[in-house]
Design a protein around this ligand. Structure first.
Ligand code: GLC
Length: 626
């Protein structure tokens, strides 16, 4: 059937003023959506057939578009006219749990002035929708996508918060957990009660035959606390695919109902004012026997289809891929000019490689990641970060860490666990019993960089430099940098999780502390470590804001001949950033063009540029020339 007929299904439900702009966006993205969904679901729509299903989807999209508020329609129009809006170097993210930062949503709203003071324009609140009763992976096991967690507030509080944030120039990002739902989500309950349609929204196997075949090539996300990828569930008399914890049931995205329902979930949340979605675990959406069921072409087609939907009915909304995958797999999550996918993708290799560089005092792996990072497609960006609520996953660096990668990465993980003699770090190895295999490392940045073990002013100063060094890379790389709550105040590990039986086995809780009011009160006192961190970071943020060459899309060149302890990157033609990852001073020869350069950011012991730049241990220099 020609696409026009379907376009009419969407347009017919819109009030007159919305029709012309929607028709324009449909003309651009509708045929792409139709092509993608025909490919994915053409033969899977049962007796009624694909056309009926697709027509129904279009009418639903139209209704959800019509339900957007005038303020959101205005935002849509503004951003559709300026699709590069989020690439600006004034964009800065902040990520936190609601309960740890503000107690509840209203408490988060009370911290907006603080976010503004920091220069935050993008706030990622970790899951705040109604989670599974009992253990729920920090909210990543969702029971209802249409209800705020009652412990954190109400839907009205969420709408109030999104409006207040928008007024303050901050976009709210919410997780959208696409890969799974909680085992007490309505669909799981219906499947347990024997509803065949609900069962078909999951991957359920009557016996071990297929699970065993899949297991041969699947990896493990939580090999210790949740080994295997399937869980036997009595009530469904079968093995349910559970990539993560046993209570997180993977959705079957080859079922068109799952697609239509999840697209509607996304748009209902967008209509509450959510401006960005962190699409959780995107790599896992499509399963294929004989593979690790990650990064499958269909997973990309699904994301491209969700993107086309956003482009048509909520173009103010950003999609962010959480795909913790090797660097070579990452660019696909941003898509291409013909088939855009997510607007933003976590650059977890860059993050992990920064930590390896600290452990090794050598930037070889980090440089390899930089070399493997292609230029950005239009209107898209990486997300750079130092820490987040998850572990530092080492395995994404297998390619860049070379032949000996397993030993090398496991050595980094021992370093950050503080077991390597002489290590300044205090973290925890995550999910690995085998001392020769690396999985992940946990800990707050301050503890991993030596602040927890520092007993002298000198050791504290070095820890501070290391923290700022990693943040300097994240802020200047050319990405949307996202700060992790607590790092701006040099907060340390929180061991209290060990006393909570439901969390004790998951050391990611080590770096999920409660916002520290006392440190916050000292943030402008550079005589305290927290104040020195906060002011140092604030200075980097100010410098970044002032230079377009630090915007996400501005070109980046690696200076290959810098000594091994240094990372030296040109941004554009005139801005140079140099980072010393080693505990010895390093020198970088600069040609005459730099004779009259200005230091725009200069941490510690600058000796000026007289042909040779000397960079103190763990210091960085950002220079601009005429
Ligand atoms: C993502 C989240 C992580 C969670 C997992 C399962 O990777 O970041 O915290 O455990 O998804 O939902």
């Amino acid at each position: 059937m020609a696409f026009d007929v379907f376009a009419d299904r969407l347009l017919a439900v819109l009030p007159e003023p919305l029709r012309a702009p929607a028709a324009q966006r449909l003309a651009a993205s509708g045929p792409v959506l139709h092509r993608l969904l025909t490919g994915l679901y053409g033969g899977r729509c049962g007796a009624a057939g694909f056309d009926a299903w697709f027509g129904g989807l279009m009418a639903d999209l139209g209704r959800l578009h019509a339900q957007r508020s005038p303020a959101l329609h205005a935002l849509d129009a503004e951003r559709a006219a300026n699709p590069d809006w989020f690439l600006d170097q004034r964009m800065l993210g902040y990520c936190t749990y609601v309960q740890k930062f503000g107690g509840d949503l209203a408490g988060v709203a009370r911290r907006i002035p603080y976010l503004q003071e920091l220069g935050v324009t993008y706030l990622h609140l970790l899951p705040f929708l109604r989670p599974r009763a009992g253990e729920n992976d920090g909210g990543f096991a969702v029971t209802s996508f249409d209800e705020v967690d009652p412990a954190l507030g109400s839907n009205a509080d969420l709408e109030a918060l999104t409006a207040q944030l928008r007024g303050a120039g901050v976009s709210l990002c919410s997780d959208l957990i696409l890969n799974h739902v909680a085992d007490d989500h309505a669909w799981a309950l219906a499947a347990k009660a024997g509803d065949a349609a609900a069962r078909a929204r999951f991957h359920v196997f009557p016996d071990r035959e297929l699970p065993d075949r899949h297991e041969r090539t699947l990896g493990q996300v939580f090999p210790q606390v949740a080994p295997g990828n399937f869980t036997y569930v009595d009530a469904v008399q079968g093995w349910v695919w559970t990539t993560f914890y046993p209570y997180q049931w993977d959705l079957n995205w080859s079922n068109p109902d799952v697609f239509a329902e999840m697209a509607a979930v996304m748009l209902r949340l967008a209509n509450r004012g959510i401006e960005a979605f962190r699409l959780d675990s995107t790599a896992f959406l499509w399963k294929r026997e004989g593979t690790n069921s990650m990064n499958q072409p269909e997973a990309h087609q699904l994301l491209q289809a969700l993107r086309a939907i956003v482009d048509i009915v909520a173009p103010g909304v950003l999609l962010k891929a959480e795909a913790i995958v090797p660097t070579r797999e990452l660019p696909a999550y941003l898509g291409s000019a013909e088939a855009p996918e997510c607007h933003i993708a976590y650059h977890s290799s860059l993050m992990a490689a920064g930590w390896v560089a600290l452990a090794e005092q050598d930037t070889e792996v980090l440089r390899a990641v930089v070399r493997n990072t292609p230029p950005l497609p239009r209107a898209a960006t990486w997300l750079s970060y130092v820490r987040c609520h998850d572990d530092i996953g080492w395995n994404v660096l297998r390619a860049e860490a070379g032949e000996d990668s397993a030993a090398r990465l496991s050595s980094a993980s021992r370093f950050f666990a503080g077991v390597t003699p002489g290590s300044y770090a205090r973290g925890a190895i995550f999910q690995s019993t085998d001392p020769n295999a690396a999985h992940g490392s946990n800990g707050m940045a301050a503890s991993l960089t030596g602040l927890q073990t520092a007993s002298t002013d000198e050791a504290r100063a070095l820890a501070l430099r290391r923290m700022l060094l990693l943040h300097g890379v994240a802020l200047s790389f050319g990405a949307l940098p996202v700060l992790y709550m607590g790092d701006e105040l040099a907060m340390l590990n929180d061991e209290s999780y060990l006393a909570r039986p439901e969390h004790a086995m998951d050391s990611r809780w080590l770096h999920r502390p409660v916002f520290d009011e006392a440190r916050w009160a000292h943030r402008h006192d550079a005589g305290t470590t927290e104040g020195a961190m906060y002011e140092g970071l604030a200075q980097l943020i100010r410098v970044r804001r002032a230079h377009d060459a630090l915007a996400a899309g501005a070109p980046r060149t690696l200076l290959a001949d810098a000594p091994a302890g240094l990372l030296a990157l040109m941004r554009g033609e005139r801005l140079l950033t140099v980072f010393n990852f080693s505990d010895a001073p390093q020198q970088l020869a600069l040609d005459g063009a730099w004779r009259d350069c200005a230091a725009i950011e200069q941490r510690a012991d600058a000796t000026g540029v007289q042909g040779v730049l000397t960079i103190a241990p763990y210091a960085m220099h950002w220079l601009v020339r005429a």
